[in-house]
Design a protein around this ligand. Structure first.
Ligand SMILES: Cc1cc2nc3c(=O)[nH]c(=O)nc-3n(C[C@H](O)[C@H](O)[C@H](O)COP(=O)(O)OP(=O)(O)OC[C@H]3O[C@@H](n4cnc5c(N)ncnc54)[C@H](O)[C@@H]3O)c2cc1C
Ligand code: SF4
Length: 502
């Protein structure tokens, strides 16, 4: 490549999740394509569609004359409209499908990925070197810390310990409706948002596209300046308490002390390096305790990088994993985010939060939504599609390993060593959700049996042979064998579901 006609400006294509300065190329004109087909193919959360379009249009407005912004049905049409058959460059896109597509176009030169700390080739080299092929996030994370000199004192981890997880699992404060923490940054909508809303209304009215969920006030940054403000607000006001309540839930506090920056990172508005560096600077300045800062760095430099790289390492076939043979469809009430159809307070509260904002933090994703899907044996590909459509921060690369692997154990244990199935006791310890619930977390039979507790035992029973051979779950099978009321539990396990037969 490198043979473009000097009389023409070089052209560089930005995908809709490549919106920060680190995706630009100096001296290139920019091409952006808004594809209506993306929204026609899938029923996305409307707040997600709003955020994606708003962010792209804000970027186009910032770039001004430098950008050729095209609205088209498909990327192929859009590219033809924007540049004809001229040569363009693009940074490595974030999905197998998009990478295959750009690689298949002769006019496109694909540049290395941006927006991550670790390149897929470096990850593959590390993964191939791991003895026995047993990859562990913890080993990868320590390597990233060393290589990027993150939170290190010389060659030792700051504070002498790599992992502060034990300090980061506090239940919420007793009798508190919300954490004593300042609220997260709130963006202000502008004329671009108004136009996006008008367009989405028009598309919906014409029957061209359909959405799920509510498009309330925009909660997440749509531009670089907003994202920088959100990062600053998190680091100065909320990072100090991030660690201790990382896993806690409160019915009346949907954000807790989380950063709310995943959507900005995944749109490319923020670079992970600036996020972890800002967190480390707060620690070095004595403004945030080590458990919070290590906890945050672990999420961004550890988990996020690990998931991104596993996506490429495990390949496109990973999407079809279904080690537990789960085939049940996702029911309509769940797909429609019909929180009112559900009695279980934890599930109803979480579904309502997803319906209203397209975001909940990692524990409701894993231990309420994912846990329920796993217990009920829903098809992992359908669950993955549901998460992808309903969450503002969801993209193919972050879905597969988080949902197929971490949440549904459909890969048989490549991402996590045991299934994240648990009964109501965990939710009861880590939240205020059970108190007013119609069910009791400790009961597995009878009128007030908790659907999570009964569902847990049904799950263990269904997969007892597999679980008995895993040293992390063998005890659960032994406990199952000692249950005197197992028949009753199995008969009643699904009685509380909205679509259960009366
Ligand atoms: C079933 C399931 C689905 C998920 N789907 C998504 C998703 O669609 N998009 C997404 O970005 N994250 C996803 N996650 C990971 C995590 O739940 C979210 O990143 C987090 O809740 C986002 O909120 P936050 O920015 O306040 O995060 P914080 O709690 O403040 O964490 C800090 C940052 O760490 C990163 N991070 C932490 N864990 C992960 C992870 N497992 N994978 C990728 N990044 C991580 C995110 O960028 C996040 O902003 C999922 C987790 C589960 C269990
Ligand atoms: S009792 Fe069971 S269903 Fe009710 S909130 Fe607690 S865990 Fe959820």
């Amino acid at each position: 490549m490198g043979t473009h006609d000097r009389s023409q400006p070089a052209l560089h294509w930005l995908f809709g999740d490549q919106l920060g300065p680190h995706f630009l190329r100096p001296n290139s004109d920019i091409v952006m394509i808004e594809s209506r087909g993306v929204f026609r193919r899938r029923r996305f959360h409307r707040a997600k569609a709003h955020l994606m379009l708003s962010a792209m249009r804000h970027r186009a407005a910032e770039l001004g004359d430098r950008v050729r912004y095209v609205q088209a049905d498909t990327y192929r049409d859009g590219l033809a409209q924007a540049v004809g058959d001229a040569k363009v460059t693009v940074h490595h896109p974030t999905s197998h499908a998009a990478l295959g597509f750009v690689r298949g176009l002769r006019q496109v030169e694909v540049l290395p990925p941006r927006g991550f700390l670790v390149q897929p080739e470096a990850f593959s080299r590390w993964a191939e070197s791991v003895r026995g092929g047993r990859l562990r996030m913890e080993d990868f994370y320590r390597r990233v810390r060393r290589e990027h000199d993150l939170l290190m004192d010389g060659d030792r981890p700051a504070g002498g310990r790599w992992n502060m997880d034990a300090e980061n699992r506090e239940p919420p404060p007793k009798d508190a409706a919300a954490l004593p923490v300042p609220p997260p940054y709130r963006p202000r909508e502008d004329a671009i948002d108004e136009q996006v809303r008008a367009d989405l209304d028009r598309w919906e009215r014409s029957g061209d596209v359909a959405f799920v969920g509510r498009d309330g006030p925009r909660r997440f940054p749509a531009g670089r300046a907003e994202a920088r403000r959100a990062l600053r607000a998190f680091v100065t006001r909320r990072l100090p308490t991030f660690g201790r309540w990382e896993d806690a839930m409160l019915a009346g506090d949907w954000t807790m002390s989380h950063s709310m920056l995943s959507a900005s990172l995944n749109l490319g508005l923020l670079d992970p390096a600036e996020c972890v560096e800002a967190a480390e600077a707060a620690y070095r300045a004595g403004d945030a305790p080590l458990n919070s800062v290590e906890g945050y760095v672990r999420q961004v430099a550890g988990w996020r990088e690990y998931m991104w790289n596993l996506y490429w390492y495990l390949g496109p076939g990973y999407r079809d994993s279904n080690a537990l043979g789960h085939r049940a469809p996702v029911p309509g009430w769940f797909a429609d985010l019909d929180a009112d159809a559900v009695q279980a307070r934890c599930l109803s509260t979480t579904l309502a939060q997803v319906r209203d904002r397209g975001w909940v933090h990692h524990i409701p994703r894993l231990m309420v939504l994912g846990n329920h899907a796993l217990q009920r044996g829903w098809d992992p590909a359908a669950v993955t599609d549901w998460f992808h459509r309903c969450f503002v921060d969801a993209y193919d690369w972050v879905m597969l390993t988080n949902v197929i692997g971490m949440s549904q154990y459909a890969d048989g244990g490549r991402v996590t060593t045991k299934p994240y199935a648990s009964g109501g006791a965990y939710i009861n310890t880590m939240s205020d959700l059970c108190g007013p619930c119609a069910y009791r977390p400790a009961e597995r039979t009878g009128e007030r049996a908790c659907p999570y507790t009964a569902g847990y035992w049904e799950f263990v029973h269904r997969h007892r042979e597999r679980l008995a051979h895993n040293h992390r779950t063998a005890r659960a099978v032994k406990q199952l064998e000692r249950l005197g009321d197992l028949d009753d539990v199995l008969r009643n396990a699904r009685r509380r579901d909205p679509d259960a037969a009366p």
